[in-house]
Design a protein around this ligand. Structure first.
Ligand code: BES
Ligand code: ZN
Length: 862
């Protein structure tokens, strides 16, 4: 994407074209007269010339799907030139200095199924403006570098009327809100509805009293406690760790059922998909609780990294998202277990970001062009963006990282900043030159790291040399790459398992580079890339025995887990390609770990989890095989059975020992025990025809156990009865029913997956307008690897059908979900042909959205 493609979409936006907006906008005054199909929005915008853009300029405002009622400049009627994307008032029609523009528009929230701009969800008004949704509310310079103070008046017959900032006045049917902090329009929000609050308070470090509320629809009040405690924990953590205090008198969170994403950091008024804020022990799993804690933290942390310091333009998206993900990962590690959190984050990075980086959608963490910005809220921007910050921190050390962050907050507070600004604070604090490091932002693709070892015995100790070779593979639009700076954390172990060289960060910055360790008494066993110190693929042919040794002895928990994972992948690859038997080393290592009570149960549960089918497909493809989804599926079943047999003697005892009795606590300790118990139950179910899992389901006292047991039963072809029990018990609960829909598709046998989707989409409770429900069914299909890629092609067809159907209603969600097709180059000619046919069919759909056409085009290789 560094060079514009020959036949680039005419709507393409380029980073190099950036220019400041010709006007500054200090005050915005908005009035909303709410009505489902005819909301009036009155905007009063005070513009002044921007000294950064001398001369006279036309006033160009964004605006989409708006009916313009009137426009006045300094009180005099004007007739702007209106087009489908905005309006223009010619420079000659504007007074030379500052002026006030007043507009009135009409919009229809009730018919807004795209869930962008102002829309309605279950009778409640709400907004989603990031990235470019504000232009569907009123005519405005809808870009993040235009920051203004907002005063908002809401008029509507709703009991609760919320917007950003502090409430300054209210009466029957109206409320006024003033946000003292200048902000871009994407952080604007309003909510109006019949809502109830779960209230609390927080006193900041400097003594500011903050009123906290989680607003929900009546009936959901009982599911707010966990989110509230996560919010307070986040506020404390940001004060303690980053020195960041909250800056308003009120912080509101609202739960909405219809939401395209997880949650949104609107200033003082975060809006959440109800799925990622509402939780109670009987309706949410441990994973849900952990996710809620992380997302509450993430959106709260944006108050500084995103809101007080925002992005100059959307190419800088990782400036706020990568940093905020990094911060929420640190927070979750502090709240729970750093080792477990790191493993989970790397699993996710590999599953989503490495996958993206190796396919047709690969793009830089800071892209240089886009057609639809919503398509760039990707694993690369988020997860790789966070990894880059982790690498920076490792390279400069914790103390300089803290100093650089302090400088960032003081230097750029109130600004719309860039990646250059971000790197400059690190350069200024450390005196380092980060020019080469910056390639991580501009070059797409996952580097591969080869390793060569040499040992030379000698008097007074031997010398061990590690020689690394990095290769940076080509990606779409970027054929040539240069060497990156790669922090490689290494430790060395003695053959008896003692650590002889503790973790050391080697700083690689050349294509090939050697590092020596001297004075060693024996040839060491290396533990390389500890803590996953860089987002690279380590290519190293390691004997199984050495992996087994590290699985038993590595002092770095990440690499200990990684050794087991590598063993499992080696074994599975051999089973798939050579029909081999499961390796004894693996089964022995797993058995030792599974029953080692000195090890954290959560860690053991992770170690027992086999690599995903998709991961195996990627791994096989990368070593030159064409992955066969059905064989991968079968090999995993075989390995699971072998593991179950090897652990059989201890499983019932392990399952019993991990029961958590007493009142439910979602904390990491009990959650880890439940995870290990379910891992044991899953293996046990391979041997006992579902007896133990059925009993666990019957006795379950929380959703983790109940849904865990149900999933295990369905995965093994049992559980029809339990599925029915679960479905009737929760028929009225939309969040739990999403699980009921999803589990049937994700656990369907490969030849049943598409048919299950077909059946469930005819269910009276299937609602394609609700993104959670749509994702529960269609998202679960693409997550069922062998089902989605079944050789009949039915998986591809049913997904394409539904994306084509969803696109006119909700292009953003349709486009995101289309990435299920991004892995097509891995597979055989038949599957490639069928996926390309599905993409062609999507591209031929009449009136296709910009969102989905960009995605399908990029995947097809336009
Ligand atoms: N700013 C985003 C929400 C967003 C995403 C708005 C895409 C517009 C388009 C928010 O901070 C976010 O990143 N949410 C994530 C969850 C987070 C924990 C990574 C989400 O919604 O998935
Ligand atoms: Zn975010």
């Amino acid at each position: 994407m560094s060079s514009p493609l020959i036949d680039a979409d005419p709507r393409t936006v380029y980073l190099v074209d950036y220019q400041p907006y010709p006007f500054v906008l200090d005050q915005v005054h908005l009035t909303f007269r709410l009505a489902p199909r005819a909301t009036r929005v009155l905007a009063r915008l005070s513009f002044a010339p921007n000294p950064l853009r001398p001369g006279r300029h036309d006033l160009r405002l964004n605006g989409e799907k708006l009916t313009l009622i009137s426009a006045l400049v300094d009180g005099r009627k004007v007739v702007p030139a209106v087009d489908p994307e905005g309006l223009t008032i010619a420079a000659g029609d504007l007074p030379p200095g500052g002026f006030v523009l007043e507009t009135e528009v009409e919009i229809s929230p009730e018919t807004n199924t795209a869930l962008e701009g102002l829309y309605m969800s279950k009778g409640m008004y709400c907004t989603q403006c990031e990235a470019e949704g504000f232009r569907k509310i009123t005519y405005y310079p809808d870009r993040p570098d235009v920051m203004a103070r907002f005063f908002v008046r809401l008029e509507g017959a709703m009991p609760v009327l919320l917007s950003n900032g502090n409430m300054v006045a209210q009466g029957e049917g109206w409320a006024e809100w003033d946000d003292p902090w200048p902000k871009p329009a994407y952080l604007f929000a309003l909510v109006a509805g019949d809502l109830v609050a779960h209230p609390d308070r927080f006193t900041t470090k400097s003594g500011r009293e903050v009123a906290l509320n989680i607003w929900v629809r009546p009936g959901d009040e009982t599911r707010c406690a966990w989110g509230m405690q996560a919010l307070k924990a986040s506020m404390t953590w940001d004060e303690d760790v980053y020195g960041r205090e909250y800056d308003l008198d009120i912080f509101n969170i609202v739960a909405v059922d219809d939401f395209n994403m997880g949650a949104m950091e609107n200033k003082g008024l975060n809006i959440f998909n109800s799925k990622v804020v509402l939780a109670s022990p009987d309706t949410a799993t441990d994973d849900d609780f952990a996710r809620i804690e992380a997302i509450i933290a993430h959106e709260y942390f944006h108050n500084w990294t995103g809101n007080r310091i925002t992005c100059r333009d959307w190419f800088q998206l990782c400036l706020k998202e990568g940093l905020t993900v990094f911060r929420d990962q640190q927070f979750s590690g502090d709240m729970r277990s750093h080792a477990v959190k790191r493993i989970e984050d790397v699993l996710m990075l590999r599953a989503r970001q490495f996958r993206e980086d190796q396919g047709p959608l690969a793009h830089a963490v800071r892209p240089e062009s886009f057609v639809e910005i919503n398509n760039f809220y990707t694993a690369t921007i988020y997860e790789k963006g966070a990894e880059i910050i982790g690498m920076l921190k490792r390279l400069v050390g914790d103390a300089d990282y803290a100093r650089a962050l302090d400088l960032y907050f003081t230097r750029h507070d109130g600004q719309a900043a860039t990646i250059e600004d971000w790197l400059k604070v690190f350069e200024d604090v450390t005196g380092r030159d980060l020019t080469q490091f910056k390639r991580w932002y501009s070059q797409a693709g996952t580097p591969r790291l080869g390793v060569h070892e040499a040992w030379a015995a000698g008097v007074g100790g031997g010398t061990y040399t590690l020689t690394f070779t990095q290769t940076n593979p080509p990606t779409p639009g970027q054929p040539d790459k240069e060497a990156k700076v790669i922090p490689i954390a290494v430790g060395l172990l003695n053959p008896n398992g003692d650590e002889v060289v503790p973790t050391t960060v080697l700083e690689m910055n050349k294509p090939v580079q050697s590092f020596q360790f001297t004075g060693l008494s024996a040839r060491p066993i290396p533990s390389i890339l500890r803590g996953f110190s860089a987002p690279v693929i380590l290519e190293r042919d390691v004997p199984q025995s050495e992996r087994a040794f590290l699985l038993a002895h590595d002092t770095d928990p990440f690499n200990r887990w990684e050794a087991g994972r590598a063993l499992a992948k080696d074994t599975l690859a051999r089973m798939v390609t050579k029909g081999a038997e499961p390796a004894a080393d693996l089964l022995e290592g797993m058995a030792r770990l599974a029953f080692d009570d000195s090890v954290d149960p959560a860690f053991r549960a992770l170690a027992l989890r086999l690599p995903s089918d998709d991961d195996m497909a990627a791994t096989l493809h990368s070593v030159g095989h064409v992955p066969d989804p059905l064989r991968i599926h079968a090999a995993k079943r075989d390995l699971g059975l072998a593991l179950a047999k090897r652990l059989a003697a201890g499983l019932p005892q392990l399952e019993a020992a991990c029961r958590t009795d007493g009142p439910f606590s979602p904390d990491a300790g009990p959650a880890g025990k439940r995870a290990l118990r379910l891992a044991a139950l899953s293996l046990l179910t391979r041997l006992d025809a579902g007896q133990a899992a059925k009993a666990a389901f019957a006795k379950a006292s929380n959703m983790t156990e109940s849904f865990g047991a149900l999933s295990i039963l369905l995965e093994n072809g049992y559980g029809e009865e339990e599925l029915a029990t679960f479905g009737s018990r929760w028929a009225q609960d939309r969040l739990v029913m999403d699980k009921w829909f999803a589990v049937q598709v994700s656990m369907a046998a490969p030849d049943q997956a598409a048919a299950t989707v077909d059946r469930l989409t005819r269910h009276p409770d299937f609602d394609m307008k609700n993104p959670n429900r749509f994702r529960a069914v269609l998202g679960a299909l693409s997550a069922n690897h062998a089902g989605f890629h079944h050789d009949s092609g039915a998986g591809y067809r049913v997904l394409a059908d539904w994306l084509i159907r969803l696109d006119p209603l909700n292009p953003q969600t349709a486009a995101r979900m289309s990435a299920a097709f991004e892995t097509w180059p891995r597979y055989d000619a038949d599957r490639q042909g069928m996926i390309r046919a599905a993409l062609a069919r999507i591209l031929a759909a009449p009136g296709l959205s910009r969102d989905l056409s960009e995605m399908a085009g990029r995947m097809r290789g336009a």
